[in-house]
Write a protein that binds this ligand. Sequence first.
Ligand code: 86X
Length: 700
Amino acid sequence: MTDLASTTAALAGLGLPHAVHAHAAADSFRAWADTVAAARPAGVAAVAPTKTLVLAPKRGTPALVVALDSTEFSIGALGKALGLKDARAASDDAVRALLRVDKLDATPFALANVADKSAVTVVVDRNVIEFNGHLAFRAFGADKSLLVEASHFKAFLDAQLGSFEPKDFAALLAGGAAPAPAPAAKAKKEASDEKEVLIGLTVKKNEDFPTWYSQVLLRTEMLEYYDISGCYIIRPWAYNIWKRIQQFFGPEIEELGVEDCYFPMFIPEKNLTKEKDHIEGFSPEVAWVTRAGQSDLAEPIAVRPTSETVMYPYYASWIRSHRDLPLRLNQWCNVVRWEFKHPQPFLRTREFLWQEGHTAFATKEEADVEVRQILELYRRVYEEVLAVPVVPGRKSEKEKFAGGLYTTTVEGFIPTTGRAIQGATSHCLGQNFSKMFKILMENDEGKRVNIWQNSWGLTTRTIGVMVMVHGDDKGLVLPPRVASIQAIVIPVGITAKTTEAERNALYAKAEEIVATLKKTGVRAKSDNRDNYSPGYKYNHWELRGVPLRLEVGPKDVAKNETRSVRRDNGVAAQLSLATLAEEVPALLQRIQDDMYAKAKAERDSRVVRLESWDKFVETLNNKCLVLAPWCEEVSCEEDVKERSANSAQGDEPVDDKAPSMGAKTLCIPFEQPAGGVKKGAKCFACDRKAVSYTLWGRSY
Ligand code: 86X
């Protein structure tokens, strides 16, 4: 920890003078730097605010950089000058992993937390060390700063690092490095970002996908960032999609005989850790409640990362005889997995929403049937509801849920990054959990025997996949089946010469169209706001992905028509108002079908069949998946992962964002290429016999 107390204690321990300076609370770095520079305590001649940041290169050791606040540089240029390849500001999680403090609390004093000093390169500008006065470090709350004389700061670094040499940033940055982008240009970009919030996106999907994704989510009001890393607010425009998924999936599983229920989100420590095999590997992700108010709990309580250990003890007590089976329960709930990998809205979040189904049967045959029925429903959620193509299949031994017998999956694909993404899973647990939790039934002969179990889950990741697959440079593109507004009706052609009566008639027409559409089950709305232009409204609803726009102008109305414009492909068509109740539902269905067909064609064009290793890595690098005959051996899958990681760029990959990450098996598709694996065919990656065509790719 580098809280104020432990930092001052560390400095005192080294015999280094320092002072804690209390000042007005400052709620941003800028405000802090201004405050601390201005409000100098008695006896201190000069105070220079400092900044500390961590640069993460694509490969190699991260750098802890300390400079005076007044020293301007760009991270890219400094990284380059320091010989750090593709350096960027380290993520919150990377900073925490390195320094054991939150990014906002990073100071050079956190070096005391780094046991292995070779894990970080410390880079301090000479200006810092040579400053004639006190350095100010922020990190100890908004209203306190630590003041340390520059010479004493150097002594601290010497004590931590053995010996320490500062760097000359000015010379470094002048010495042939790419010029830093002018601060003015950056400020201008940000200002224009702000202005364009209401107009659209400032980046293209293909040019800067991460920024595109976050702009789409924020500007459509689907998502809001939250103060805790990895946690996000799901706003109505996104939550509605989740509701539509529930409205499809809920009745379908009810039809299969599954009932909804709700179990507590808290798990007593002993229940969670009882089943060591199941928890093993996952335990670093478990979040704990240890305190209520000011008092520590007698026993820590875990927050569910999944509900096996919550539910199965009760399955053991509820199931007595084969007549109590099948037992088929589902719950819609949140779960918490405190991951330290880079979080991404919807795709990888620390809390997420899901449904988890947990079912129990007397026979394996019944369990097997259900695994596939549920997987088929997951396929339909993606393909029929979200218009996203997926590949259903079985997971390899390496990739299956280790606690179960076998795992089935639907695998999606994000064309922009060329990466696959698991869409949902349906597991046959076999009798493992029945044995662990002593869930037994009395059979016909009165003997107590183990039962067969399944579990299956679908999460809010669905929403992120849908956004990434269908979105375009104008923003979100919603499949009609999940759009809260399927048709937006916009009055147009109002000019200065339009009389109030004419305008009211137009608005009334728009309302009438909405009423007609609603009666046939179309989710329609009119945008009669008179303080916005039609063009503004087009952009507004295009950004938000509404599938169909209906323009109602005086000329259209005179012909008893409306002009329709499709969001997915921009195609416009005149529709007769007389047949709107039939035409619009048909058009929405066509949009839904076309969106799926387009996404499927794109996905299909990126699944490349290979029979041997030669083109494997090249194909992955071209943002494709590979379908290849495989031996199904775990050791071979491990080899492939390593070989595909290293040969991509000729270097070690550092994280899973690097394009050189290794390839995994995604699934062994249930639908094999015609004829299947040819007799005597070899595995594409080793000398063994091929067993099945398997889908490979880099994945989320
Ligand atoms: C595996 C298995 C299974 C019900 C599903 O995939 C569908 C719905 N559960 C989930 N899994 C864990 O068991 C797990 C356990 C702990 Cl303790 C954890 F922290 C994270 C986990 N992640 C996944």
